[in-house]
Ligand binder design. Sequence first.
Ligand SMILES: NC(=O)c1ccc[n+]([C@@H]2O[C@H](COP(=O)([O-])OP(=O)(O)OC[C@H]3O[C@@H](n4cnc5c(N)ncnc54)[C@H](OP(=O)(O)O)[C@@H]3O)[C@@H](O)[C@H]2O)c1
Length: 306
Amino acid sequence: MFGKKKSTPQIDKEQLELIKNAQKRIKQKKRLYFHFVLFLIGSAFLIFANTVLGMGTELTQILGTEWFLFAILIWLFFLMYHTFNVFVTYKFMGKDWEQKQLAVLVDKQKKRIEQLQSSLPKETPVSKQPEIKEIPAVKTINSNQELTVIVAAAENNAIGKDNKLIWHLGDDLKRFKRLTNGHHIIMGRKTFESFPKPLPNRIHVVISRQQDYQVPEGVIVVNSFQDAIDFCKNDPQPYIIGGGEIYKQALSVADKIELTRVHENFDADTYFPQIDMSVWKESHNTFHTKDGNHDHEFSFITYVRK
Ligand SMILES: NC(=O)c1ccc[n+]([C@@H]2O[C@H](COP(=O)([O-])OP(=O)(O)OC[C@H]3O[C@@H](n4cnc5c(N)ncnc54)[C@H](OP(=O)(O)O)[C@@H]3O)[C@@H](O)[C@H]2O)c1
């Protein structure tokens, strides 16, 4: 599953802006913290210089009180001005602002989904059988987009067992990383849970029916397959990465399949739907032999819609 295709990062502009704002915010807070520490040390030094070393006694006489008090007060004013900038002037870039932006985005998508849902067929229950037929759906994404299913499947279409992959194929994983780098990756909740942690430089869009499904920061949760596709509307090539339930819903709307066909049969509990050759045609096929790092023969096959 996982060829040599150069991939350009295509992270949504709005999301990139959110990330940049978050980084800026962290830097601001760090600088304020250092300023505060410097203020404490500096104040202590000024007191020491005046009271112990006797520096600036003439100034004290002119001012009528210890000069370090003035110096500390002026510095305190600058520190407060700095704090005001970080927590008031730039407040719009904080968590609340991010949440509001997300809510606006979700709200827009919900309205669009409501309009689209009337034309969508009802979802049917999933049965984990080797002979899975895809669910017909309506393609609602923009025509410039190449919605791509990426999968590694055995000859009998087995893809997973006990929420794990059945094989370890290093070159397949490398290909997966190279192709999906910088893109949205759409997945079912179970596939997401099979990862030790989110993959870097990819936007994870996790589909779950659970309304309060908790995920690490940066991971997006949506409640339907359609929401996932809508969320990725600005990515020219979002990848649908599994698992079985999601592939079943994806095949009717996908433009491309990047399949790694592992040339053996495996015992499994999750399967990829049969690829309908009246709908798909093969555009590339590269065979990979067994070797010291790969226990099975496999082929990278690309299918495009006829
Ligand atoms: N070989 C490969 O290339 C490959 C790739 C990926 C995964 N896998 C394997 O596939 C297996 C996991 O696949 P799976 O079929 O069990 O699970 P899955 O497709 O990863 O996730 C299923 C879950 O997605 C949510 N979901 C599915 N359709 C939905 C919809 N229309 N609306 C809202 N939520 C929806 C539900 O989550 P909630 O229950 O939270 O509602 C459902 O339980 C694992 O063994 C994994 O290793 C293999």
